[in-house]
Design a protein around this ligand. Structure first.
Ligand code: FAD
Length: 407
């Protein structure tokens, strides 16, 4: 394994650190106090574009990162591929941790194709990548993409989605309700998962890029959340929503090869290490605040306090390494399902422990609700829920342990 951070990435990380200290954390605290997401016309987003952020990682047909890595892998031995500086997944994991350290809610509100990008990259045809991702290469304004799998009756069990799709000439008609989709009401398009027949389970799934303003797409409602208030998690409805056949990701033939389910899995295997890394970022922030509080209040002389701080740092380090390894495997185009699940199972729990330790050290100061650790304590909980809960990750790992096939 090689976790080399080249000079260019190091510079990007340092730039984010400065942006985090001066802009991201203050904005996150402001949104938390207001109880509302940062509005899409906030000048912060225009600033991000000026800084070259809020873009797609897709570099165009000639330099498709997925194809480029595959080609590199085919031409190099495992060892020589491993000596390259951080690939796109490891880079994403490192940047995610840094951003979440300052504020995970603001980080998710960043413009860009967001969670909609992995399925377009892994399932989309070259034309679809060009149509949907090219506007995010040099965006003229802040633009967002979104990803909508979850429904009021289908969370962990994605096979239970009920949003239906049926072909109607050169269109599809979508009907259903979606919930908790990040940045959905401000998105240019949303990757919506629907089914041709619920009885087929995952084999019936289709992924559509539903564009803003499509007939029958509406009723956007921002959900109430305990933390991560800086970005919107939004429910919406599809009522006879007309989507051009050209917006079915990968085209119909690819679903005969089970590309739909594989596409969803590929998306999760790419994003789970990133979610784990974000949890590590929140956990590190809580630990740093806890250390500062313990110092300020002369608690460092207590061996029990030192022991818990040491353990928390160690467990967070382990979590970070699990995330890095899962991302490194993805960059080598090697299977990483178990490693991605391990990272996602371990990191949010480690980060929650860090926030709990902070809250215990704060005592009544934490109960007042105006200390950063209290905010981090509310922010961190969702990290165990999104992209498959901790229980679901443990099921994935255990099935592999005893040699059961994937569900
Ligand atoms: C902040 C936030 C952001 C989100 N963003 C998005 C988004 O952008 N797009 C999107 O599509 N979705 C999003 N979601 C939804 C998220 O993916 C779901 O909440 C998640 O999949 C869990 O589903 P659920 O909430 O319905 O819980 P359920 O699936 O109902 O689970 C409830 C509890 O039961 C446990 N459980 C369920 N099944 C099993 C089992 N077989 N064995 C053991 N335990 C089990 C779970 O671990 C959990 O503890 C978001 C959610 C949150 C909180």
């Amino acid at each position: 394994m090689n976790f080399t951070v080249g000079d260019e990435l190091q510079k990007r990380l340092e730039g984010l650190r400065e942006l985090g200290r001066t802009q991201i954390r203050p904005l996150g605290i402001e949104a938390d106090r207001a109880g509302k997401p940062v509005p899409p016309d906030h000048p912060f987003y225009a600033l991000l574009l000026k800084l070259g952020l809020g873009r797609t990682r897709w570099l165009g047909q000639a330099e498709d990162p997925v194809r480029r890595r595959t080609a590199a892998h085919q031409h190099e031995s495992g060892d020589s591929a491993g000596s390259q500086p951080a690939g796109p997944s490891l880079t994403g994991v490192l940047l995610s941790e840094e951003l979440a350290y300052w504020d995970r809610g603001v980080a998710v509100s960043f413009p860009g194709p967001g969670l909609g990008e992995p399925p377009v990259l892994s399932m989309g045809s070259p034309e679809q990548k060009e149509r949907f991702l090219a506007p995010f290469r040099e965006p003229d304004r802040p633009r967002w993409g979104s990803f909508a799998m979850t429904e009021p009756g289908a969370g962990s069990d994605v096979a239970a989605i009920r949003t239906s799709c049926r072909r109607d000439g050169d269109h599809w008609l979508l009907d259903g309700d979606k919930s908790f989709a990040a940045n959905a009401s401000r998105a240019d398009w949303i990757v919506v998962w629907a089914t041709v027949d619920p009885a087929l389970g995952r084999a019936g799934h289709r992924a559509f890029v539903v564009e803003r303003g499509s007939d029958g797409l509406g009723d956007f409602k921002i959900e109430k959340k305990m933390g991560l208030k800086a970005y919107e998690s939004t429910s919406f409805t599809l009522r006879g929503c007309r989507v051009p056949a050209a917006n079915l990701l990968g085209g119909e033939e690819s679903y005969a090869r089970k590309a739909g389910f594989k596409g969803a899995l590929a998306s999760f295997n790419a994003t789970r290490p990133m979610i784990g890394a974000m949890a590590v970022g929140i956990g590190r922030a809580a630990l740093d605040e806890a250390i500062a509080f313990a110092r300020e209040h002369d608690r460092m002389g207590d061996v029990r306090v030192r022991d818990r701080l040491e353990r928390t740092r160690r467990v967070l380090r382990v979590a970070r390494l699990l995330c890095w390894r899962a991302a490194w495997l993805a960059d080598q185009q090697r299977p990483n399902m178990v490693e991605a699940s391990m990272a996602k199972a371990h990191a949010p729990a480690a980060a929650l422990d860090a926030a709990v330790l902070g809250m215990e050290l704060l005592g009544d100061v934490g109960a007042r609700g105006d200390h950063l650790i209290e905010k981090l304590f509310r922010d961190v909980k969702a990290m165990d829920i999104v992209e498959g809960t901790g229980q679901i990750q443990r099921i994935v790992i255990a099935r592999q342990l005893v040699g059961l096939p994937r569900e």
